[in-house]
Write a protein that binds this ligand. Sequence first.
Ligand code: GLP
Length: 259
Amino acid sequence: MAEVVIVESAEDAGEIAASLIETLVLRRADAVLGVATGSTPISTYRTLAAKRLDLTRVRAFALDEYVGLEPGHPESYHSVIHREVTLPLGLSPSLVRVPGDSLTRGADATALDSAAEEYEGAIAAAGGIDLQILGIGATGHIGFNEPGSSLASRTRVKTLMHQTRLDNARFFDSLDDVPRHCITQGLGTILEARQLVLLAFGEHKAEAVAGALEGPVSASTPGSVVQLHPHVTAIVDAAAASRLRFADYYRDAWENRPR
Ligand code: GLP
């Protein structure tokens, strides 16, 4: 079972998640972090940046990337990770990877498959991911693993759901500009990280959070794969927790946690 922490705000969640990362990097300066994009992890990155730790030896792997955007496009996850993670945290750019970053423009399906395989190899060569930060989409996706993703899936190309394109259209000039395809770590890849930290805020995430943490484990609810992982901390605000059946128990367990 995941440890579920219900907090008052995204800032409080950021404090807890950033301390988990701090504990890891103080123990291991070259720790391997799995980093996520989206608005949810921003408070974690901000709090971590404010700690001014030396993170120059930390290695990082992003969860996912759009297919078809230039790497320099401001909304490619390559750019987002550079802007929101690599620069503020002071990571070494050469130690930060994003799926498909080995591709050249106009890559065909075979090149995408090879890039996905190469990414899996790079994670393995780094010794695996120590701590993976996860957000969750309204469709229940983690990374870009939309409903129907195999629970054993590896890094590969996926087609985005219409709802996900609508949700992400806010970052683009129009819905038509949102790519239809992505390359994402698989659910099986994510499960191999040694620790998962799942963050979610807001009422619009309540159903996805309840499905992930308390629903049946199913490919139709990709986030539910976290129930198969032995070391998960889910940090959610009260709105995102509003559909959790055992919310009172989680609050009690956190308040009375063994010190
Ligand atoms: C995106 C990303 C996910 C992210 C999710 C939630 O589509 N691929 O990794 O967790 O959407 O985004 P947000 O945190 O902005 O709600």
